[in-house]
Design a protein around this ligand. Structure first.
Ligand code: FNR
Length: 382
């Protein structure tokens, strides 16, 4: 109704309310370089397409006459009350999209009451995010560095900066083959942008022979040397439990057996995710993996979901497939690129308004009543 009433005064939304249109618009305004980084996926993009197809293929079967007059989108996630089953996914190097970068996205999340997940490879140090977010809910994503001193230092800093949930990304021990980044030789990443957490870290700096300002190339090389560790195995998770006293969530789990291992390792949750199709080309679609993971561990772990969420009905479908809440990546990044903080707020508000309407029109007053019986698989769509 807000949009309708504004319309009566001749004011239409500054950005499209169909969020699937944001990518094209961002490319027109910012050019192919930055959008190549954001839209880019592994291989020829088949996993990213499969993510969308797996959500589109599932269709909601709405129920009528179920009193949805009063609705409440709030959910409890990892012991914290959230206003809605939505959080912003960790996305690195947001300065590529907008000079206000992570602080703008963090402020938008705080203004809308949605958790903001800060990437390890942000262009803004985590302490600055704490400053702009005040008491608002924030999560920290760890790319687990090879050097345990740097890892421990990151966890200590994140704790001190008020990040409540640790999200450990497992699917990126190596950066995948991403043609859109390779073709532009990672040009948007020049000059160590995205290494702010490392360049401000005492344990990282202890490994340098000269200060970052004096030898940027050596600092970048040191970062690359630390980044990712393909040698890690499940027993290594004990390190996380020893060094983080809040909830730990493993991001990038797709196999039900891995979800069981996460539960056995004492983790608190998993994010069923294929990194938005950016890691394994030809991987299972995240929405196809979700019900099997939820069935395996849904009673023991908090199951979150991302990869392909673009609309409110996508969120509804993820809930029906067993997720407690979803994370959204690219849409908010395009919102940031197009209109800074207010662009991110636009994206959050559109998703929540559309989710609210989808719930209501499908016969649900709260997210908790949504389940597998609300979906069918379309017999025709691939
Ligand atoms: C990501 N993602 C990501 N994940 C992570 O754990 N750490 C990171 O630094 C990043 N960086 C990143 C950059 C960009 C440009 C994108 C698009 C994605 C993955 C992200 O958290 C999430 O899993 C996906 O974005 C979800 O898919 P959608 O919503 O983009 O389809």
């Amino acid at each position: 109704y807000e949009i309708y009433l504004n319309g009566m005064a001749g004011v239409v939304p500054r950005l499209p309310t169909d969020l699937t249109r944001l990518e094209e618009l961002t490319e027109r305004r910012l050019g192919a370089g930055p959008v190549g980084y954001v839209a880019g996926s592994a291989g020829n993009g088949s996993t990213a397409r499969a993510n969308r197809a797996a959500l589109e293929r599932r269709r909601i079967v709405p129920r009528m006459l179920r009193d949805v007059h009063e609705r409440d989108l709030s959910v409890a996630v990892l012991g914290r009350p959230l206003p809605a089953p939505l959080a912003l996914a960790p996305v690195g190097v947001l300065s590529i999209m907008h000079p206000d970068a992570e602080p703008a996205a963090a402020r938008a999340a705080a203004a809308q009451g949605v958790p903001f997940t800060l990437s390890s490879v942000s262009s803004t140090p985590m302490e600055r995010i704490a400053e702009v977010m005040g008491e608002a809910e924030r999560w920290f994503q760890l790319y687990w560095p090879k050097d345990p001193e740097v890892a421990r230092s990151f966890l200590n800093r994140a704790r001190a900066a008020g990040f409540s949930v640790l999200v450990v990304t497992l699917d990126t021990p190596l950066l995948a083959w991403r043609p859109r980044d390779l073709d532009q030789a990672y040009l948007p990443f020049l000059n160590g942008v995205g290494m702010a957490n490392y360049f401000t870290d005492p344990a990282f700096k202890a490994g340098l022979s000269k200060p970052v300002e004096e030898d940027l190339t050596a600092a970048v090389r040191h970062f690359i040397g630390l980044q990712g560790d393909p040698g890690k195995t499940w027993p290594d998770l004990a390190f996380l439990r020893e060094n983080w006293d809040g909830p730990v969530v493993l991001k990038g789990v797709l196999h039900p057996d891995d979800a069981r291992l996460a539960a056995e390792a004492g983790m608190d949750g998993v994010v069923v995710s294929n990194h938005g199709g950016r890691q394994v080309a030809g991987s299972v679609a995240a929405a196809d993996a979700l019900p099997r993971v939820a069935e395996a561990v849904g009673d023991r772990l908090t199951v979150l979901f991302d990869s392909g969420v673009r609309t409110g009905d996508d969120i509804f479908k993820a809930l029906a497939l067993g997720a407690r809440a979803v994370l959204v990546g690219r849409p908010y990044v395009y919102g940031l690129g197009l209109d800074g903080q207010s662009g991110v707020e636009h994206v959050i508000r559109c998703l929540l308004a559309e989710l609210d309407l989808t719930l209501a029109l499908s016969g649900h007053a709260v997210p908790g009543t949504v389940g597998p019986a609300d979906l069918v698989e379309d017999p025709v769509l691939p």
